[in-house]
Ligand binder design. Structure first.
Ligand code: ATP
Ligand code: MG
Length: 508
């Protein structure tokens, strides 16, 4: 007898339907899996057999053929175990009715018949829903993740037995809808901008960066507070909208780093990969084409502390996602695409001893050493950094000053206001921040008058700016104008934006 079931699989964060056909023939007992299954998928054979036996069902001593269609797509991952097991039970007449035809089955089986959590349920369900699927059976451990998707009926069950019971008419409660607001945890941070003394320019620049989604690099001597400032950035990042949270969760779900008890990411990512990170770890790839740090930082921050310590190759591979806001990973027979819409925040010393350019420290490096050190960051990479911030050591008076500094909460309020303005501005498009503007949006929102034009041209000549550099100055100026509450970009905004550019010239 032949049984046909629906399942689903993932390619990156894009789901696709897989039909699972199970046929039982007379003949020598055996099990054949056809349909371009990867090794991990092929191993389902043993799991399915043990799970069926250990759940108290009969495993047929016949010739079993399992077909995963479409045959031309490589099937990866353990998504199909459950569908194959149910298919086998149906094909051997162990299911009382054909209820199984209504459902999409996704789940890995353990040998004792338990349903095991699979990575990527959120993007999988969303894609399946968009393709018109309505009813699903998934592992119980994936329940929270599924509970944020409205418009589908999901049964999150613990064992193969429970699935069979449900298909035989026993009532199970479908997963109820969870509210995003309830899932959001109020974060306590152990740092605050109020603890950072002085550094007003750096704080201002970081506020601009976060408000408009711009990239920033802090450069300065050891102990000036660069790492401290960067660690404060999460405290002023705007809250995520539900749509953004879903986008972030999709990637984290596929990467297998989602907290199952919450099932959704509610705070903006702040990723801090170590400088020994490999290229696949940073941009994604490897055997399983998993998302890299740039994708895990989607809608959040990628923080590279001591930037020149990263391998040159790793830094250069960041250029593409920094420009395209997504990464494409090529695999055998296919490519996988992940979003990578992140803000880069980096810090570095200007030279090996760290003191070059400092007001109160002496640099011991030779010009060649300085050149080599700073040269690790290529011109094209520096060109993509909108705000280049000099962070020098603060004076003793500044350090010991009892003067109350502005708190992160106060700064965050401004950031939220400016982000709300941008959401309104770009309503109906996929753009969230000024940094993401394309040429069309720039024509609309970055109009400047003659005075601004003159300023910009002067900077263009003096700093030998590229076209990209110039556009980026305009975008930063737009954000500064937004912070100041100005509809039009004024010369002062352009001038401030220019100030944050061209630091590399000083050091190169
Ligand atoms: N502006 C500041 N206000 C208060 N404390 C500061 C300030 N700058 C530095 N500190 C203190 O110095 C410590 C070291 O600073 P931090 O690690 O941020 O320096 P850094 O610039 O990253 O240095 P390095 O280049 O060596 O990485 C901080 O943890 C903090 O205690
Ligand atoms: Mg540091």
């Amino acid at each position: 007898m032949l049984a046909k079931l629906s399942s689903y699989a993932l390619d990156g964060i894009v789901g696709y339907a897989v039909d699972v056909e199970v046929d039982i023939n007379s003949g020598l007992p055996g099990y054949e899996l056809v349909g371009l299954a990867s090794t991990a998928t092929k191993e389902s054979k043993e799991r399915v057999r043990s799970a069926i036996k250990n759940s108290g069902f009969l495993y047929p001593a016949k010739r079993i053929i399992v077909n995963l269609a479409p045959a031309d797509t490589k099937k990866e991952g353990p998504f199909f175990d459950l569908a194959v097991a149910i298919g086998l039970l149906a094909a051997t007449g162990q299911l009382e009715n054909k209820l199984y035809k209504d459902f999409v089955f996704v789940g890995e089986l353990s040998l004792d018949g338990k349903l095991r959590h699979v990575d990527g349920i959120m993007p999988l369900l969303i894609c399946a829903m968009q393709e018109g699927k309505k009813k699903f059976v998934i592992p119980a451990d994936n329940a929270r993740e599924a509970s944020y998707i409205d418009g589908i009926e999901v049964y999150a069950l613990a064992t193969l037995r429970e699935v069979v019971e449900m298909l035989s008419g026993v009532q199970f409660e479908p997963v109820g809808l969870s509210g995003y607001q309830d899932a959001r945890i109020q974060h306590g941070y152990d740092v605050d901008f109020a603890d950072v003394k002085g550094q007003t320019v750096a704080k201002r620049a970081l506020e601009i960066a976060v408000a408009g989604g711009h990239n920033a690099l802090m450069i300065g001597p050891p102990g000036a507070g660069k790492t401290m400032l960067a660690k404060c950035v999460p405290t002023i990042m705007p809250d995520m909208t539900f749509e953004e949270a879903i986008e972030v969760t999709k990637v984290h779900s596929v990467a297998g780093i989602l907290d199952n008890s919450i099932g959704i990411v509610t705070t903006r990512p702040f990723r801090t990969p170590h400088h020994t990170s490999t290229v696949p770890a940073l941009v994604g790839g490897g055997m399983k084409a998993k998302p890299g740090e740039v994708s895990l930082a989607n809608h959040g921050v990628l923080f590279l502390d001591e930037m020149p310590e990263y391998s040159r190759h790793a830094l250069e591979t960041l250029r593409q996602p920094l420009e395209d806001r997504k990464v494409t990973i090529s695999r055998v027979m296919r490519t996988v695409e992940y979003p990578a819409n992140f803000m880069l925040i980096a810090s570095m010393n200007p030279c090996p001893c760290g003191n070059f350019g400092s007001k109160n420290q002496v640099c011991r490096c030779t010009p060649q050493q300085i050149h080599n050190y700073i040269g690790k960051l290529s011109g094209p990479l520096m060109d993509r950094i909108d705000l280049q911030i000099e962070v020098d050591n603060i004076s003793y008076d500044e350090f010991r000053s009892p003067q109350q500094q502005e708190t992160s909460a106060q700064i965050k309020q401004r950031v939220e206001r400016v982000r709300a303005l941008q959401r309104e501005r770009f309503k109906g498009t996929s753009i969230m921040t000024n940094a993401e503007m394309g040429p069309r949006e720039m024509n609309l929102y970055c109009k400047i008058d003659k005075d601004c034009e003159r300023l910009l041209q002067k900077a263009f000549d003096k700093l030998s700016l590229s076209a990209r550099g110039t556009t980026r100055i305009l975008k930063v100026a737009r954000t500064i104008a937004d912070i100041e509450g100005c509809e039009d970009i004024k010369p002062a905004h352009i001038a401030e934006a220019i100030q944050y550019r061209g630091i590399d010239r000083k050091y190169y």
